[in-house]
Design a protein around this ligand. Structure first.
Ligand code: SF4
Length: 371
């Protein structure tokens, strides 16, 4: 049975009930354990754990220093295309939005690379909408060849692909692939995804399995917090992560915590709100239960929130992000996927980390032994 099949057998209402039944005693025993499991994660994200946040933060910070030292890895997204053949009601790139569509040429990508390198980054995340006929494998392979020559770490966030296609991306130099399930609630997923291949919940759910089978070095997971009840969605994300770690143990994993942000033509109706305090609780719970997993925070969050939360448990941070193609060499907000809150420059973010005793690192890893 694949991880996706195992997840599909897990009932949303059962998980929600288990989570909301957790007591203060469950939280205390989760905090006392040295090795924590999924049931501990449920306790730590439950309402019963809200009063334990200071304890959680202290333990999470200690584990983060133990595993990652003071380092925080910086990366930047490079949007290659905003073409998309899907209708997602929460996204500015959704196909019915009347925005100017573009796909960067190789010359335009070179200009973006030049602008990004000037900021100091050695780690880049290539992002596209999901349009397999106009921005598919041929385009990705050409872009990776160009970009890989300039960055020691290249990650991708594009449409779900087949196992063989992921093998080809890895062989071409892709180090990580991020694929967010958005929500693990099937009925809600159908409400938000109205047209296109993304409507296929099961194809998306099985994507991390295909990445694991392809031997991708790092796999990124996450849910878009707010699309469904956030605690239960996070419980499913953590279960997904835990099962993948057991099955595809050679890969590294990262988790992100995007909260829904306004975008052009936004029609999403949020089903839950995640407060700042609740997001900190979630981040600490991940660190306590998954000490070795990389936790990433994007520029969706405000400078103040990022400055205060990063020292607790975050080890990976985007900075100076532009969320539209061509945004670094020719900045405009006309084509944005969503609005960002932390608009500081890369050097300002790095300086802020240094001021908090952290060590900004401009890459993810270095190829030292000819991998
Ligand atoms: S979320 Fe992704 S697939 Fe959906 S409209 Fe936006 S770019 Fe397209």
């Amino acid at each position: 049975m694949t991880v996706a099949e195992e997840l599909s057998r897990t009932d949303w209402d059962d998980v929600r009930l288990a989570l909301y039944s957790k007591s203060a005693a469950d939280v205390m025993s989760a905090l006392q354990r040295s090795v924590r499991h999924w049931q501990d994660f449920l306790a730590l994200i439950s309402p019963a754990a809200e009063g334990f946040l200071p304890d959680m933060a202290v333990k999470a910070q200690a584990l983060t220093r133990q595993r990652f030292g003071h380092t925080v890895s910086l990366f930047v997204p490079l949007y290659l295309s905003n073409l998309c053949a899907n209708e997602c009601t929460y996204c500015g790139f959704t196909m019915s939005n009347k925005i100017k569509r573009t796909k960067l040429t190789m010359a335009e990508i070179s200009e973006e690379v030049y602008a990004i390198k000037k900021m100091g980054f050695d780690s880049v995340l290539l992002v596209t909408g999901e349009h397999e006929t106009k921005a598919g494998m041929d385009y990705f392979l050409e872009a990776i060849e160009l970009v890989k020559a300039h960055f020691s770490h290249v990650a991708m966030e594009v449409q779900p692909l087949s196992t063989d296609e992921y093998r080809a991306l890895a062989a071409a130099g892709t180090d990580s692939v991020l694929v967010y399930q958005e929500t693990y609630h099937r009925a809600h997923y159908a409400e938000y995804h109205l047209r296109g291949k993304k409507q296929d919940f099961d194809w998306r759910l099985a994507t991390p399995d295909r990445l694991g089978e392809a031997g991708m070095n790092k796999i990124g997971l996450g849910a878009l917090l707010g699309l469904s009840e956030w605690r239960t969605d996070s419980a499913f994300t953590a279960l997904h992560l835990s099962l993948l770690q057991q099955r595809y143990w050679k890969s590294r994993y990262s988790v992100a915590f995007p909260r829904i942000k306004p975008c052009a033509g936004d029609r999403a109706t949020q089903k839950s709100q995640v407060s700042d305090k609740q997001l900190i609780q979630l981040i600490c719970a991940y660190r306590l239960c998954f000490p070795e997993v990389e936790l990433s925070l994007s520029t969706r969050e405000s400078p103040a929130f990022r400055d205060n939360v990063v020292p607790l448990a975050i080890n990976q941070l985007s900075a100076a992000s532009q969320t539209q193609p061509g945004g670094y060499s020719a900045p405009t907000t006309a084509l944005e996927q969503f609005s960002t809150e932390d608009t500081r420059s890369a050097s300002a973010v790095a300086n802020s980390l240094t001021a908090r005793g952290l060590d900004p690192v401009w890459t993810d890893w270095l190829n030292a032994f000819g991998r």
